[in-house]
Each structure stands twice: as structure tokens, then as C-alpha cells.
Write a new protein. Structure first.
Length: 534
């Protein structure tokens, strides 16, 4: 941070907030107030993979699939399809995270009238099996997205999951109709192979949670080496994802079976404490993506080294941030409890956009990312009954990034007001955190920015105001010959504002009239500008 500009000194102390000790932040203004953003280059070779704008579905007892995508009988919500199609979602992960420990794909194929609903052991809801493999793949086709299937690799305490189960699933989906499972698929009305490319083997295998037993990196890697080779015998064209974690885990998995993989998965959840709609100690949430980025950088160095030594520059091993969002814990009168039902608010615009900026800045090593969820449960859409839905404010973040933030990522210099000596370990992030990152204390600007160069020669810049209380003045310093031709914003006078069934357009993306390189962003707001040569 430029010390001659507006500097905020971070002073942490302990105070009692709703019965919990939290750091507090006192701001000291000692200088100017404008953030200057300089575009340092107009071309680069760092390609942005559009798969970073992916999504994930999981039957997690929060109306994501049943009560969201379909009703219990499997009837699709057509409004959900209509609203998701314009997002041009590149990839959709399913049956997703911890739910795979209990999901039996064989029970979700064939005539729907013969499928039997069962109690779901992970999240405590019901799995109706009316949205099974064929229904998922058909739904993906309708919204125009690439399907991605996640396999449970054994180690479930409620049912045995074998390699044969996984092999048969791949053959059912991708095998020719002359194969045993391909013939079964054809008998159920789908004669042609689906040719699903992306398959992940396992999910958070390092955790001993719910009905899954914890595994060591060595055990997981040995199993993965066998499973990945067998699945590629069924279909050599598969792009396989293996479970990643921290660098110590990742080194062992890569050393044993990196040659079989295209991606390692990582999971990062920003967390927020919400009381009466308001974000508590907001800096700990709004600056949390910085902690994610520093964790990524450590692991990207590992990927660079492996890809060079393995001669994989043309087919590099990359990361998929397979699960991410901003989770809310809502105050219930005596403490905070996790809830997926809390609305997406303007401050979620800031945290979501900042995470996407992290993925952009770390392209191409972050080559896929899947947000939780597209529907309900912290989703981009909220359903109303079985045949209606509306957009949350988070929807517009993905809409703008998918439209504008593509091509190759460019480097920026950002100088302006912010926080001094932020301890990253205090930032609220659950997931694959490296201990070494926690004691880092960088100076951070309020403005978080990323830039891309599109194929048409335009430069696109995303700017996020991470201040919860103050608007930020911005000055863009563009390369010679470039000027701002278009700008869009997602912001509000109220950082707690949200959309609802009765007020669906409370927070939307708005095109800026008479865009300029000098403007202001409201607290927790997002602005994206497009610049072209004169």
C-alpha cells in the first residue's frame, strides 16, 4: 500500500460482542482518499478458464435439489431453468460433497415409479432418487452446462462403495450401448453415451465426519492410483479430479498419481456472523479472500514445480476450487448457528466478487471453481413454490463476471486507503488453510481489483469495495489510447439489502450512464468497467 496516500492503521483489541471475544478495528485517517488503479499491461499469456464460474448441486436438506431444481416427484421448476440459462454456467458438479457418502447411483436410474425414497444420513433429509443420473444430465443439457459427476471412493460407514460401483457408473454414463451398462442405459431410453468428461474420485477424504472415516494422504493416494487407472480403462478421455487439501497432503497425492489427474480439488468457505441482518466484525469476512489467495499461492508453487518436472506444460495439473461461498451463521438469541436460508445481501456481493477476483488473479492454475449453490441454500436463485423463482443479488455477480471477465488476466497496481497489518489468521475462512499463512500481516487496500484482456482487444476491470461503511473514490490509470466505454454496478445505499419474493429488483446490476475513469463505489459494492482503444 502507498503510505503517502490514505492509510488506515489497524488496531486490534478484545471486546465482548454478543458474549464472544472479537477483534475490533479503529480507523485512523491520515491522508488522501482516492484509490488509483493502474493497468500494468495490455496483453498476457495467463488464460482465464471459464470453468471458474461453475456451480454445484447437493441434496443437503435445504431445498437445493428437492424443492429447488425439482419437486419430490422429479418435476422440474421451469422458472429455475429459464433464469439459469442466461448465466451460461460452464460446469455443474453433482451429487456433490458429503452427500456422496450416502448416495447410491443405481437407485436413481430406471422408471421413476420404481424408485424408493430413503432417509439421507449425512444432512438428515430425504433422498427421493427422482433426480438421478439421467435427470441430472438432461437438466444440464437444458441449461447449457457441462456436467461433472463426483464419485464416493469407499469408506462409507452405512454402505459399501466399491470400485465396481464406480466403473459401472462411468460405463452407464459413457459406455457404448454394446457394453453391459450402456445397454442398461439404452433400455432406460438413452441409447447414446452422454460423454461426461469431468469425474472426481472422493470428497474431503481427510475428514472423519458424519458417515465417513478419515483417511491419511498415503491411504487416499494409494486408492486413488488404482481407481483412476481403472476408470480410464473404461473411458480414456476422462478428465479426473483428485481430492486435494494442504501442501503436505497434495505433495503425497501428486507424487503417487499426479500423472492420472487433471485437477486437485480445494475447498474454501468464507464465514460471516450475522445479527439482525448486519454483518458482525465485517473486516474478518470482507477481507477473508486474501487469506484464501495466500493459501492458493503456496500450493500453486507446488503445481508449477510438478508440471515442469513432469513435462506437463501442455496439459498442466490445475486446481478446482470445488466448493466455495460465504456461509452465514445467524444469531439466535444465545449464539450463532449456521444457516443456508439467510438471504444473500449486498455484503455477499463484495465477498463473492472478491473470491472471483482471487481466481482470476491466479489463472491459469485455478482452472475450475464451483459455487454452492445455484438454487436456494446460499444460492443465486430463490424458489417460490414449485414453479417460480427470483434472482438473489449474488446472481448478478456471476452474470457480470461471466460476460466481461474473460480472456487473459492482466496485472494491476492498486494504491489507496485500506487496513494496515491485517493478520490473515483472523480472517474467517474454513477449509484447506495452511498454518504458515495465519501469521502473515499484509497491508490491504479497501479496493480489490482484477483485470482481463478480451479477444476483441478490450480491457475489463472488476472493482470491489471491501469497506462496510465508506464509499471509495476510484481513479483508473489506463494504457495509452484506452478509455472507458461501458460500466455496470451492483450496489445499494444499504449493505444489508437483499431481494425477496415481494421485492425482486431491490438489488440488481445497473448500467452506469456516462461511464468515466473517475467514479465512486458504495460500501460493499461491485463495479465492472470495459475499456477499448479510441
Amino acid at each position: 500500500m502507498n503510505k503517502k496516500l490514505f492509510v488506515i492503521a489497524l488496531i486490534q483489541s478484545l471486546s465482548v460482542t454478543l458474549g464472544a471475544q472479537e477483534p475490533t478495528y479503529r480507523q485512523v485517517v491520515v491522508g488522501g482518499e482516492t484509490t488509483f488503479v493502474t493497468v500494468m499491461e495490455t496483453t498476457s499469456t495467463a488464460k482465464v478458464n471459464p470453468m471458474i464460474y461453475g456451480q454445484m448441486l447437493e441434496d443437503c436438506n435445504d431445498a437445493v435439489i428437492y424443492g429447488g431444481v425439482v419437486n419430490n416427484e422429479g418435476k422440474e421448476n421451469e422458472k429455475v431453468i429459464d433464469l439459469l440459462k442466461p448465466l451460461n454456467i460452464p460446469v455443474m458438479r453433482w451429487p456433490a460433497g458429503t452427500a456422496i457418502y450416502d448416495y447410491d447411483w443405481r437407485k436413481g436410474i430406471g422408471p421413476k415409479e420404481s424408485r424408493v425414497a430413503e432417509k439421507e444420513h449425512v444432512w438428515g433429509g430425504m433422498e427421493y432418487y427422482t433426480f438421478g443420473t439421467d435427470e441430472f444430465l438432461s437438466w444440464c443439457s437444458k441449461i447449457g452446462t457441462e456436467p461433472y459427476i463426483n464419485i464416493c471412493m469407499g469408506n462409507s460407514t452405512v454402505r459399501e462403495v466399491t470400485l465396481d460401483d464406480a466403473v459401472d457408473w462411468v460405463e452407464y454414463v459413457n459406455g457404448p450401448r454394446t457394453s453391459q451398462m450402456g445397454a442398461l442405459r439404452a433400455a432406460y431410453g438413452h441409447p447414446e453415451p452422454y460423454n461426461v468428461k469431468f469425474w472426481c474420485i472422493g470428497n474431503e477424504n481427510y475428514l472423519g465426519v458424519s458417515i465417513h472415516k478419515a483417511e491419511t494422504a498415503e491411504y487416499y493416494a494409494e486408492q486413488l492410483a488404482v481407481w483412476s487407472k481403472m476408470l480410464k480403462c473404461v473411458d480414456p478421455s476422462l478428465s479426473l479430479l483428485g481430492v486435494g487439501r494442504t501442501s503436505a497432503w497434495n505433495r503425497k497425492v501428486i507424487a503417487r498419481c499426479g500423472d492420472q489427474l487433471d485437477y486437485l480439488t480445494l475447498h474454501y468457505y468464507i464465514t460471516a456472523q450475522v445479527n439482525d441482518r448486519k454483518l458482525q466484525t465485517p473486516e474478518r469476512t470482507l477481507f477473508a479472500p486474501v487469506r484464501v489467495e495466500e493459501n492458493l499461492k503456496l500450493n500453486i508453487d507446488l503445481l508449477k514445480s510438478y508440471n515442469k518436472s513432469a513435462g506437463r506444460e501442455d496439459r498442466p495439473l490445475s486446481f478446482s476450487i470445488d466448493e466455495w461461498n460465504n456461509r452465514h451463521s445467524v444469531y439466535n438469541g444465545s449464539g450463532y448457528s449456521f444457516s443456508r436460508k439467510d438471504d444473500r445481501r449486498v455484503y455477499d456481493v463484495a465477498s463473492t466478487a472478491s473470491m472471483l477476483n482471487v481466481f482470476l488473479r491466479n489463472s491459469p492454475y485455478v482452472a475450475m471453481a464451483n459455487y454452492i449453490f445455484p438454487v436456494n441454500g446460499h444460492g443465486l436463485l430463490k424458489t417460490v413454490g414449485e414453479d417460480d423463482a427470483y434472482r438473489s443479488c449474488g446472481y448478478y455477480v456471476f452474470d457480470l463476471y461471466r460476460r466481461f471477465m474473460k480472456g487473459n488476466t492482466l496485472s494491476l497496481k492498486v494504491e489507496g486507503p485500506g487496513l494496515e497489518s491485517v493478520r490473515l489468521g483472523d480472517m474467517r475462512v474454513e477449509g484447506d488453510n495452511e498454518t504458515i499463512v495465519d501469521n502473515m500481516t499484509p497491508d490491504l487496500c479497501y479496493l480489490d481489483c482484477a483485470a482481463t484482456a478480451d479477444d476483441d482487444g478490450s480491457i475489463n476491470i472488476s472493482l470491489v469495495n471491501r469497506s462496510y461503511t465508506q464509499s471509495q473514490a476510484v481513479g483508473l490509470l489506463l494504457p495509452a489510447g484506452y478509455h472507458v466505454v461501458e460500466a455496470w454496478s451492483v450496489e445499494s445505499d444499504d449493505v444489508t439489502a437483499a431481494n425477496s419474493a415481494d421485492n425482486r429488483d431491490n438489488v440488481v446490476a445497473r448500467q452506469v450512464t456516462s461511464p468515466s475513469p473517475d467514479f465512486s463505489i458504495q460500501p460493499c459494492g461491485l463495479v465492472i468497467v470495459r475499456c477499448t482503444r479510441k
